[in-house]
Design a protein around this ligand. Structure first.
Ligand SMILES: Cc1cc2nc3c(=O)[nH]c(=O)nc-3n(C[C@H](O)[C@H](O)[C@H](O)COP(=O)(O)OP(=O)(O)OC[C@H]3O[C@@H](n4cnc5c(N)ncnc54)[C@H](O)[C@@H]3O)c2cc1C
Length: 347
């Protein structure tokens, strides 16, 4: 990947990718070098995204043939989960063996491993709009950096632009349920498993306490109305319960929690969506890194093979195992949000 100046963006590319997070990097690391590609991301790089960095089994499997750099891991010990249901006063443990990563380091590693010279990358550059040319053969892209605008043309547009995706909104303006995830890292060691906490007085989703090296993270996904007040209540409860002192730096981001399987969108025509932009995140536990990695890779493979075929159909076929896995999580999501039904899950 070659970082270029905004003024050096060419007039045309085969592909434009919006967003260089987990989905974008996975796409870029798997796309054929024959394509000329422009990737833009509105953040400065190396980027920071508020995220706990837990890599579940599907994400671990994604990296089964490569060795992640040591700097990626917050803790090399496999991470297991204790479920704490405060509504029903229940606790249970699950030997998950997840990876416990520093999300910023994972993102940087994914970004820096790319050595495809046919990819131009521009940071702090935002997609503003896009539209088809007459006959729908090409897409016109409008992007912006520091108040300057640039227009270019491409054949395919790949939206890897996360929960608040502009690419998705232009394709399909149906709203998808979202939460605000707020978290904080405290300078205190936590010698325990990670906790996923259910407390309907704060949220119908869940909160977490996760060991992070010699630190500990408290976080909660709360509905948007009075989000910070709800988080503060949760934070004080957790500090008291786990004897965590002081305060940390608050970070937050939007989190999609699709209500139904049909909220997931893979794209339309020559516009494709990967990761959270396509609402590919588990509605039961907000695990989005693995879906972003897998969908980015499948989308790139579909385009690599799509000569004279519909890339979205191919993408759908490649994504089938992930889509089936996501489909199964909708029922679980309903159960965990209902304190009565949840009782059966953890007793
Ligand atoms: C607090 C929190 C904790 C989480 N913890 C976990 C966890 O432990 N495990 C897990 O699996 N998932 C977790 N998630 C979910 C996970 O972070 C996301 O699902 C995942 O990052 C999605 O990856 P993505 O590449 O699709 O999008 P993102 O990582 O959000 O990347 C999107 C990129 O697009 C760029 N962008 C957006 N709009 C534009 C635009 N118009 N123009 C240019 N660039 C644009 C952004 O700058 C960003 O870099 C968590 C989420 C939150 C908020």
């Amino acid at each position: 990947m070659k970082t270029i100046n905004f003024s050096d963006i060419r007039f045309g590319y085969d592909l434009v990718v919006v967003g260089a997070g987990a989905a974008g990097c996975s796409f870029l690391n798997n796309i054929n070098e024959e394509y000329s590609v422009l990737c833009v991301d509105s953040k400065s790089f190396p980027r920071f995204k508020a995220c706990s960095g837990i890599l579940v089994k599907a994400g671990k499997d994604y990296f089964s043939t490569e060795k992640l750099s040591n700097s990626v891991f917050a803790d090399t010990a496999p991470l297991n989960i204790k479920y704490l249901d405060l509504d029903n006063n229940l606790e249970s443990k699950s030997e998950k063996g997840f990876f416990n990563t520093w999300r910023k380091n994972l993102d940087q590693w994914l970004f820096e491993k790319n050595n495809n010279k046919n990819i131009n990358f521009v940071s702090e550059c935002k997609l503003i709009d896009y539209y088809y040319t007459k006959g729908k053969k090409h897409i016109v892209i409008v992007c912006e950096k520091n108040g300057d605008l640039r227009t270019l043309v491409c054949k395919y547009l790949v939206g890897c632009d996360g929960a608040n995706s502009s690419v998705r909104k232009k394709l399909n303006n149906k709203s998808i349920r979202y939460y605000v995830a707020i978290q904080e890292i405290f300078n205190q060691k936590f010698d325990d498993d990670a906790y996923f906490i259910f407390d309907s007085s704060v949220t119908d989703f869940y909160g977490w306490v996760i060991p992070k090296g010699d630190k500990v993270e408290i976080g909660c996904a709360v509905p948007p109305y009075k989000a910070k007040d709800k988080y503060d209540i949760f934070r004080e409860k957790m500090k008291k319960k786990f004897k965590i002192n002081g305060g940390g730096k608050i970070e937050s981001a939007l989190l999609l929690r699709p209500k139904k399987f049909s909220d997931i969108i893979l794209g339309e025509g020559n516009v494709m969506l990967c990761g959270e932009a396509g609402a590919m995140i588990t509605p039961s536990a907000a695990e989005g890194i693995s879906s972003a990695l897998i969908s980015g890779k499948c989308c790139a493979e579909a385009l690599n093979e799509a000569f004279n075929k519909d890339p979205i159909e191919l993408y759908k076929i490649k994504l089938k195992p992930l889509l089936e896995q996501l489909k199964r999580k909708f029922e679980k999501s309903e159960i965990i949000s209902d304190a009565k039904k949840r009782k059966k899950l953890f007793s």
